[in-house]
Design a protein around this ligand. Structure first.
Ligand code: AP5
Length: 217
């Protein structure tokens, strides 16, 4: 099934945006653009952007808008993103949302969906501290909610699982606070533009996926 969508996935850290976007990309071919993954790639490759971003990320703070906006504009300008994509983790501030609007208007495009993944705050900390990520294929697991059959080894590719440095408890609290103060205001921004759809993301990944497919077809 091909999706012709230009969507933003909004929600707190740990709401399940990445889990759902990865599956949508795998099953529909839509391009998944995760600013967190892009930044972690820059950090791993030791690029100047990665060197500048690393400190902010490890502390649970947002990377400055000027760096992020340029990175996303470049990415959505690439040929594979000409017609359909999901933005996961962007925009996260009002200036980022405004920059996205300007950029889309400039290329005669518009957003088709803004999906808000709602999960009660008390659930989020456990999702984040228990998350494990495959260092080889990027698959997302959880020590309790979504465990691998052999501890520490990815079921998909056999790669070793790691814990993200910003999933340590000291950074998680900061990330949730930054989300509440800087990103949550975007819900109103998109609600006022009649673009926001809220989904209950505190259900099984399968049920959340079925809801998503239903609304994005
Ligand atoms: P980023 O990587 O974007 O992190 P995030 O937004 O904090 O989101 P997460 O990846 O933590 O959560 P998710 O919603 O994708 O949840 P997931 O599916 O993994 O950003 C990291 C950092 O980069 C930022 O802090 C910032 O420094 C920087 N950055 C990135 N974008 C930026 C921007 N635009 N501007 C400035 N700075 C930026 O699921 C979490 C866990 O829950 C997993 O273990 C999963 O298995 C489990 N799970 C998922 N769904 C369910 C379910 N339905 N039920 C039970 N468990 C579930």
């Amino acid at each position: 099934m091909a999706l012709h969508t230009r969507a933003v996935f909004l929600g707190a850290p740990g709401a399940g945006k990445g889990t759902q976007a990865m599956r949508l990309a795998r099953e529909t071919g839509v391009v998944h653009i995760s600013t967190g993954d892009m930044l972690r790639g820059h950090v791993a490759r030791g690029t100047p952007l990665g060197t500048e971003a690393r400190d902010y990320m490890d502390k649970g703070q947002l990377v400055p808008d000027r760096l992020i906006i340029a990175m996303v504009e470049d990415r959505i300008g690439e040929p594979d993103a000409a017609s359909a994509w999901i933005l996961d983790g962007f925009p996260r501030t009002l200036p980022q949302a405004e920059a996205l609007d300007t950029s889309l208007t400039g290329s005669a495009q518009s957003l088709t969906h803004v999906v808000y993944f709602h999960v009660p705050e008390e659930v989020l900390t456990g999702r984040l501290t228990g998350r494990r990520v495959c260092g080889k294929c990027g698959a997302i697991w959880h020590v309790q909610n979504h465990p691998t059959s052999k501890a520490g080894v990815c079921d998909t590719c056999g790669g070793a699982l790691t814990q993200r440095s910003d999933d340590r408890p000291e950074a998680v609290g900061k990330r949730l606070a930054v989300y509440a103060s800087q990103t949550k205001p975007l819900l109103d921004y998109y609600r006022q533009r009649n673009l926001l759809t809220e989904i209950d993301a505190n259900r099984s990944p399968e049920t959340v996926y079925e809801t998503l497919i239903g609304l994005m077809q």
